[in-house]
Design a protein around this ligand. Structure first.
Ligand SMILES: *Cc1c(COP(=O)(O)O)cnc(C)c1O
Length: 417
């Protein structure tokens, strides 16, 4: 595994630690980044301010599924920057219709509500579901409920943290939005017991990413689909992290041929260039929205629509999905070989892995710092679980290099303890 000799024209090196020290007093401490200061990137490689290169095995939490600065996406962005960037939705523009038509076709659904961030897509999906419950299902006003799964991660707004069970994400941010019921993930009986005539929707991640890449049993998603259909409530699939090629299919629900009523997309939809998210839904559901009832100044702007359409171009080839599926077996087999050698358990689907490391070897954070020393960027989730989600453009050789670095890190750690 060799890093490209040059990512960008030579720059004057700057001190990473000086830059980190300078930002600390002026930047909110809502993140605890690894001690690396990135200055430029291409494909799966990033380069820091001191000229060191790292393999990016996080890919912006799957916002960079196509790698850093994919040439086709950069070209689409440049072309659009030279023509039109923002109109607001007060007017039509010539890029949005094409983007919406193609996104609906890609996902097998009918109508698109363009937003910007993932959390906004989740909020918008909840609003659409509640309105559908009142206008179509006939739930008494103010009584609609949404059933969610324990261990979920759907974003950071006040309503979304209201139905999180992560104390760090919630603590100190109440009062919380009512109308949510939490059931264990991957438990159809518990879900069935929680659904009643007030239920507008069941909101789930088809794979729980932040929880540690938790993959439900085969048949769970099909079961949720049948249950929601039978009980006349909507299935909202949050595919903001799992969608758009990551798992080896366009969507994670495709593994069970499940079509949700409402699909939430974000992250990779913006090609790693601009924030682009969307709610995609069946016509009967999305039709509950009328003018003035929801919106966003930046949602569906021309630059976002142009980049989003270029992302769809890439996905329509199917090449990223099949590459993710193929290299997913390399990732799976590599982790299987490390099981018992520092790895206590792991879950993979496509190019996405949650890796539980023996806690006696260190926290997830410790391991990420050691991998950083080895030139590999990853991020821990909870406890001693780390997640790997490289750009879908990674080569077999690069992936094997990352797995070797993980093996070395675990051995060095074992030797040190
Ligand atoms: C990242 C993420 C979100 C929130 O997206 P933001 O763009 O950070 O607001 C929501 N749901 C899931 C599953 C995510 O992974």
């Amino acid at each position: 595994m060799t890093a490209p000799t040059r990512i960008a024209p030579p720059r004057t090196p700057r001190s990473a630690s000086a830059l980190i020290d300078a930002e600390a007093p002026v930047l909110a401490h809502n993140y605890h980044p690894l001690p690396v200061v990135i200055a430029c990137a291409e494909g799966v490689w990033v380069e820091d301010v001191e000229g060191r290169r790292y393999l990016d095995m996080l890919a912006g939490y799957s916002a960079l599924n196509f790698g850093h600065r994919h040439p086709a996406l950069i070209e689409a962005a440049h072309r659009q920057l030279d023509r039109l960037t923002l109109t607001s939705r007060a007017f039509h523009h010539d890029r949005l219709g094409e983007f919406a038509t193609r996104l609906a076709a890609l996902t097998g659904l009918d109508m698109v509500l363009p937003m910007n961030t993932g959390a906004e897509a989740v909020e918008s999906g909840i609003k659409v579901a509640r309105k559908w419950a009142y206008d179509v299902k006939g739930v008494p006003d103010g009584r609609a409920t949404v059933v969610v799964a324990a261990g979920n991660f759907h974003g950071r707004t006040t309503t979304i943290v209201s139905f999180s069970d992560d104390d760090t994400a919630r603590g100190g941010f109440g009062p919380f939005t009512p109308g949510f019921r939490t059931v264990p993930y991957n438990d159809l009986a518990a879900l069935e017991a929680a659904v009643d005539e007030t239920t507008a929707a069941v909101l789930i991640e088809p794979i729980q990413g932040e929880a540690g890449v938790l993959i439900p049993d085969d048949g769970y998603l099909t079961g949720v689909r049948e249950l929601t259909r039978r009980t006349n409530c909507l299935l909202i699939a949050d595919e903001i992290q799992s969608g758009l090629g990551r798992t080896g299919r366009t969507l994670a629900v495709d593994h069970e041929s499940v079509v949700p009523d409402v699909l939430l997309l974000g992250k990779a939809l913006g090609g790693g260039i601009v924030p682009v998210s969307a709610v995609v839904a069946r016509r009967e559901v999305m039709s509950v929205l009328g003018p003035g009832q929801h919106g966003s100044t930046f949602g569906g702007n021309p630059l976002a629509a142009a980049v989003g359409s270029a992302v769809i171009d890439l996905l329509e080839t199917g090449a990223f999905q099949s590459h993710a599926a193929e290299l997913g077996t390399v990732l799976h087999d590599g982790l299987a070989a490390l099981t018992g050698k520092g790895v206590t358990g792991f879950r993979t689907r496509g190019l996405w892995a949650g890796i539980d490391v023996d806690p006696s070897l260190g926290t997830g954070r410790d391991l990420c710092e050691r991998l950083l020393q080895q030139g590999i960027l990853v991020k821990d989730t909870h406890g001693s679980t780390i997640r790997m989600a490289p750009p879908l453009t990674i080569t077999r050789e690069e992936l094997e290099g990352a797995l070797e670095a993980l093996a070395r890190t675990l051995t060095v750690t074992v030797a040190a303890t």
